[in-house]
Structures are given as C-alpha cells and as structure tokens.
Design a protein. Structure first.
Length: 251
C-alpha cells in the first residue's frame, strides 16, 4: 500500500486571517510525524486539512495542494467520502457513536458496502484485538459504547478508524484527556501501527514527541519553521524559536 503524502504551497484563511502560510512538505511514509509548536500556531488547522474537515467551515478559504498518492484532495470534483476513507482520525476526546460497541466498529465498513454479518464480526474482533480492547469487551459487544471508560473509548475510536483500512492515521492530541496508563496504551499502539500506516500526530507534549516521533514538524505563527528527524529537532534545534519552544520558554 502506498502512503505518499505531499503538501505544496498550502494556505488556509479564516476570513481575513492567514492561518497557514505556504506549507510545503512531504510526510514520511510508515513513520510517526509529530506536529509541535506553541498554542495557536496552526497545528490542528494543518491536521484538519488532511481529511477535509477544515474547508467545510463557513468563511474558510484553502489554496494550494495536498496530494495523496498524486491526487490533490482539494481539487475539483474530489469526492470527500472517498478521501476520508483514507484517513483515520483520533481526536483529543473520544466521541463514540451513540450505539453499541459492535456497531461502532462495524459502522464504517457498513457505510462502504459491507453487509455480510460474519465478515463484519471478523472485522470487529480483529480491530478490537489490534487496540488491545477485545478481552475487555468481548462479552458485552452489544452494550452502549458510552459505558466504556474514557481510555477504552479512545481505543474504540481508534479501532473504528482502522476498520475502514485507512492509509493515514491522524491524531489530534490523542492522549491529552487520558490517564497515564491509557496514554501508554495509545502510544504503544501507534508505535505498532507505523509498520503498516503513516501517522501524523499533533502533540503539546515534548516528552511524548520524543517517545514516539520519527519525524517532527515545528510550526510557528502558521508556518513550518523547521522540520527533520526527532533527534535533529529536539536535540539540535537550528532556529531560536524552536529552541525556545523545546526548552519551555514559549507558553
């Protein structure tokens, strides 16, 4: 499976405010890329571009290209459902659908045409096992997902995203609302997933970036000011703004 992601001169405007400025970068395949930087620098705005969540808002203008396997997802006549199938999203807080644990996982495959009950059951079991949740919920698959703990809900949402076999997994501060044990579960799963997927994760936690990231994009005021391997950025930052952020001088 190819996972080529290339961004060319991407700009995002919220009305008159220029939120992202000429973003050009290639996302490394089958690696974990962490987007870091101070609050309000454009991290989440960039992440939302990947699955076309940004331009559905009123007053937002997007220019430039975001190519997935050579297809500009902001091009004319691009089918958004087709694009979002390629992108699995794990948000800051989990949002399980108001249905059973089983139906949360089966939801995506059903939307994309899977109707065979045995096949759906196989998908649900596989994905729950993949996020280390199967043993905890296998006897209550018909129970509402809302009864799970917040850490379990986050793993459920990750499993739901994986069920449609995406190419790219997006994480928007995916552990910020979790306890340390649940955070560790998610981080460990991300490290496993990079064997098969490309991952892009927004994080405010430099220790987390150091633990899981292969590649880092440092953003400041809507621009990419530095990018490189985790060691290059965190251990040997070139720019003063990056150094200030790495060593905690920017709030």
């Amino acid at each position: 499976m190819s996972n080529t992601i290339e961004i060319e001169n991407l700009n995002v405007f919220y009305g008159e405010r220029h939120a992202l400025k000429n973003i050009t970068i290639t996302i490394p395949e089958k690696k974990i890329t962490a987007i870091i930087g101070p609050s309000g620098c454009g991290k989440t705005t960039l992440l939302k571009c990947f699955n076309r969540l940004i331009d559905t808002n009123e007053g937002v203008k997007v220019t430039g290209k975001l190519n997935v396997d050579g297809e500009n997802i902001f091009g004319e006549n691009v089918e958004i459902t087709h694009i979002r199938k390629k992108m699995g999203l794990v948000s800051q807080r989990p949002f399980p659908l108001p249905m059973s644990i089983f139906d949360n996982i089966a939801f995506g495959p059903r939307i994309h045409g899977e109707t065979n009950k045995e096949k759906l059951a196989e998908i649900v079991e596989k994905q729950l096992k993949d996020v280390s949740l199967w043993d905890e919920v296998k006897d209550r698959l018909k129970s509402p997902a809302s009864r799970l703990s917040i850490g379990q809900q986050q793993r459920l949402c990750l499993a739901r995203g994986l069920a449609v076999e995406p190419q790219l997994i997006l994480g928007d501060e995916p552990t910020s609302a979790l306890d340390p044990v649940s955070s560790k579960h998610i981080e460990e799963k991300f490290l496993q997933l990079k064997n098969d997927y490309t991952l892009v994760v927004v994080t405010h936690s430099l220790p987390q970036a150091r633990r899981i990231a292969d590649y880092i994009i440092f953003m400041y005021a809507g621009e990419i000011v530095e990018h490189g391997t985790a060691s290059e950025i965190l251990d040997f930052p070139k720019l003063e703004r990056t150094k200030e952020y790495v060593f905690g001088k920017i709030s």
